[in-house]
Ligand binder design. Structure first.
Ligand code: NAD
Ligand code: TDX
Length: 350
């Protein structure tokens, strides 16, 4: 049960936001109205929520930095769950304007409205605000599951324009709690995977490459470690924090899913009937973070959350199946996404 009968979900037509909208729609009938506020950028897709649009779920196409629109919507609800962002590190290395606009100014616009109407505000952020952790060359898999992990006390140390604008947005949310009593919580989650993820991102890019007869592309040596979580577990984590979290607190969401990129790619190749070497090594991302790892103790012990989709291999199998069966969802964009990556590689090689 929840006190929040009417909510805004920003970015609710993107990958993770749309999963959350479905999650609330399916599991929490007490939420009477969900306004999805989404600009439908290249990453937003009406199709992600099409089947549930209607009386209970309304798509409002607009910008979170549009103060008039945000004010009008905020006056009708009890809570805002804020997912909207420019979310791709590689894009942020090419052009920064949209990252400052959406991630920083957009968040500022939302918290001003939440403050005005005394709304509950949940800010969805990333573990990348903490920068990266070293990996251990001496351990198989380079130390996944070993050593230091991020907690809510880890100092901020973001590496990219993407992660630094997310960090900036976290900091203003924290300051608004302290200075103005904003009823906010923050979550910092690790790398998500699952259906509806844009094909610019690592896992869907490689799956759709193979389905398109293109060789997968691994950055650098592939030793970089990411801590994978299924997007449905992220949604249940955000719901738990929204409804049980303590105002002013930050909770880290992760499912103990550390894997290096090479391992993940080899798993995809094996599941799709390819040989283990059927991919290209390409020039590394500038400033590429080495390892992310989440200590999820606080969320587990204080709020009683636990992930359900902890079998990565089976999650990857389902994800491959979804992209195989939903070619019409991604096919039209594939050539343009790959052409864009080819251009990036040319620049990196110079
Ligand atoms: P995404 O890029 O798939 O979706 C972003 C959505 O935001 C899109 O629907 C887009 O149209 C919308 N949007 C962008 N700018 C907007 C604006 N100015 N106004 C309104 N809507 C706008 O992103 P995602 O991967 O689903 O990530 C969602 C959130 O989760 C982000 O805040 C991201 O930082 C965070 N996060 C993502 C991951 C991950 O692994 N993808 C991990 C941790 C946290
Ligand atoms: O083609 C590729 N080859 C490759 O080796 C791509 C696209 C990526 N990579 C590597 C880079 C990363 O080490 O795979 C890893 C994952 O890359 P992305 O999918 O781009 O994710 P990442 O940069 O780790 O950031 C993601 O997780 C944290 C999301 O995009 C962010 O929004 C989130 O905050």
């Amino acid at each position: 049960m929840t006190d929040y009968k009417k909510i805004i979900v920003t970015g609710g037509a993107g990958f993770i936001g749309s999963n959350f909208v479905h999650y609330v729609y399916n599991n929490h009938p007490e939420v009477e109205k969900i306004y999805v506020l989404d600009k439908l950028t290249y990453a937003g897709n009406r199709a992600n929520i099409e089947e549930i649009l209607g009386e209970r779920v309304e798509l409002v196409v607009g910008d979170i930095a549009d103060a008039t629109l945000v004010d009008e919507l905020a006056s009708k609800v009890d809570a805002i769950v804020h997912y909207a962002a420019e979310s791709h590190n590689d894009n942020s290395l090419k052009s920064q304007d949209e990252f400052i606009h959406t991630n920083f100014i957009g968040t500022y616009t939302l918290i001003q409205a939440a403050r005005k109407y005394d709304l509950r505000f949940h800010h969805v952020s990333t573990d990348e605000v903490y920068g990266d952790l070293p990996y251990r060359e001496d351990l198989p898999g380079h130390g996944e599951g070993e050593g230091e992990k991020f907690t809510d006390k880890t100092p901020y140390n973001p590496s990219s324009p993407y992660s630094s604008t997310k960090a900036a947005s976290d900091l203003i949310v924290r300051a608004w709690v302290r200075s103005f009593g904003l009823k906010a919580t923050i979550s910092n989650c690790s790398n998500n995977y699952g259906p509806y993820q844009h094909i610019e991102k690592f896992i869907p890019r490689q799956i759709t490459n193979i389905l398109s007869g293109i060789r997968p592309k691994l950055y650098g040596d592939g030793k970089n470690v990411r801590d994978w979580i299924h997007t449905e577990d992220h949604s249940s984590g955000v719901w738990t924090i929204l409804t049980k979290g303590k105002i002013g607190e930050t909770y880290l969401i992760g499912a103990d899913g550390e894997k290096n990129n090479k391992e993940v790619l080899e798993l995809i190749l094996a599941e799709m009937g390819q040989t283990a070497d059927a991919y290209d090594h390409v020039t590394d991302r500038a400033g590429h973070d080495l390892r992310y790892a989440i200590d999820n103790t606080k969320l587990r012990t204080e709020l009683g959350w636990s992930p359900v989709h902890t079998d990565f291999e089976s999650g990857i199998k389902d994800t491959i199946k979804w992209y195989t069966e939903h070619e019409n969802w991604w096919k039209a964009e594939k050539a343009a996404v790959e052409a864009n990556y080819a251009k990036t590689q040319e620049v990196l090689k110079k």
